[in-house]
Design a protein around this ligand. Structure first.
Ligand SMILES: NC(=O)c1ccc[n+]([C@@H]2O[C@H](COP(=O)([O-])OP(=O)(O)OC[C@H]3O[C@@H](n4cnc5c(N)ncnc54)[C@H](OP(=O)(O)O)[C@@H]3O)[C@@H](O)[C@H]2O)c1
Length: 306
């Protein structure tokens, strides 16, 4: 994870033909605009799935999960998203087991700021000392000395934004974190956070059927901030045969999942979807979404249908 590229998004766009498949995260980390979200690599057979999934234990078939992670990188996906809360740290350990030593162009994103007291609870905790301790644990589990992108999983209303961001900024100043990201924030919260430290990314719930964060997408685009939509495939609902994308998918010769991702990529140049999957075949399908181009008319028609 040693990066030497010194472009910014602006310079990149100004001096060369823009490559819609690459985004410079934080201005200096080139990443493919489809990443891989690792949250689904958890729990065993018989555990709840979809929106009810606990994400509480390591996957029963560890070898299969490791194969999926390696396949993602072999396919050229170089933004890998995890969190300390996924399977109580086992998600980060899995990433390290699969991918360490990290390829030079790999960007590992993780998150701190949510505690898991039981399989069904996700509780924000933004005590600055806790955030710093969790980042130290993430560094150990990921077996690295610097986290490329550390995201605050949730803002905790019990602590001032400046204190939570201050903890991440301290980690950045100590060289333990390269870029800071946020998750599930409003434009106002993002702007307040930016008063303490630069924000490289925002990870909010967003897909063609759930567009409550349209204003954040636009704000992020205006500031060159990456917008990582989570649940980009509506947890699989947009990938299946009953998908609202089926008609346009047929027109462009793509699958519904690829068309859903292409819709997100078309939505704004700073959007980077991070679809999750436990299947190498689905990974390959999703990675190829970068090749799918929609017309503005198709983009509007999909939005209207959803
Ligand atoms: N910041 C946050 O608070 C937050 C919250 C939730 C998630 N996230 C992040 O966002 C990532 C994405 O979310 P997600 O994985 O929950 O939802 P998602 O990407 O919308 O959908 C994943 C589901 O879609 C299926 N799928 C994926 N590709 C497919 C394809 N090509 N064809 C058919 N089915 C396909 C997967 O099943 P198969 O395994 O069968 O492919 C899986 O069940 C997570 O992994 C995590 O990194 C962040």
């Amino acid at each position: 994870m040693t990066h030497t590229t010194q472009f910014t998004n602006t310079e990149h766009v100004t001096h060369t033909e823009p490559d819609r498949s690459v985004f410079f995260l934080g201005g200096d980390l080139p990443v493919r605009r489809v990443g891989y979200g690792t949250m689904r690599l958890a729990d065993g057979p018989g555990e709840p799935s979809g929106g009810e999934a606990h994400i509480w234990t390591a996957p029963a078939d560890r070898a299969a999960a490791i194969r999926v992670l390696r396949t993602a990188v072999e396919l050229g996906l170089n933004l890998i998203d995890t969190a300390d809360a996924y399977a109580l740290g086992a998600g980060e350990e899995l990433v390290a087991d699969a991918l360490h030593p990290y390829r030079e162009d790999l960007v590992i994103a993780t998150k701190v700021g949510v505690v898991r007291p039981s399989p069904t609870e996700w509780v924000p905790l933004g005590h600055p000392a806790y955030l710093r301790q969790q980042a130290e644990l993430s560094l150990r589990r990921l077996r690295t000395d610097r986290i490329d992108l550390l995201q605050l999983h949730r803002l905790d209303p019990e602590f001032p934004v400046a204190e939570q961001m201050g903890a991440l900024k301290q980690l950045q100043e100590e060289g333990k974190v390269r870029h800071i990201g946020l998750s599930e924030v409003t434009v106002e919260e993002l702007a307040e956070a930016e008063e303490t430290a630069p924000v490289a990314s925002v990870q909010n719930l967003y897909n063609l059927a759930t567009r409550g964060h349209d204003d954040v997408v636009d704000h992020a685009a205006g500031r060159g901030i990456a917008f990582l939509p989570f649940f980009p495939l509506a947890m699989g609902a947009h990938a299946g045969p009953g998908s609202p994308l089926a008609q346009v998918a047929g027109e462009v010769g793509a699958t519904p999942s690829q068309t859903a991702l292409a819709w997100l990529l078309h939505r704004s140049p700073t959007v980077l979807p991070i679809p999750g999957t436990t299947s190498a075949a689905h990974l390959a399908e999703n990675a190829a979404a970068l090749e799918v181009a929609l017309t503005d008319e198709q983009f509007d028609r999909i939005a209207a249908a959803a």
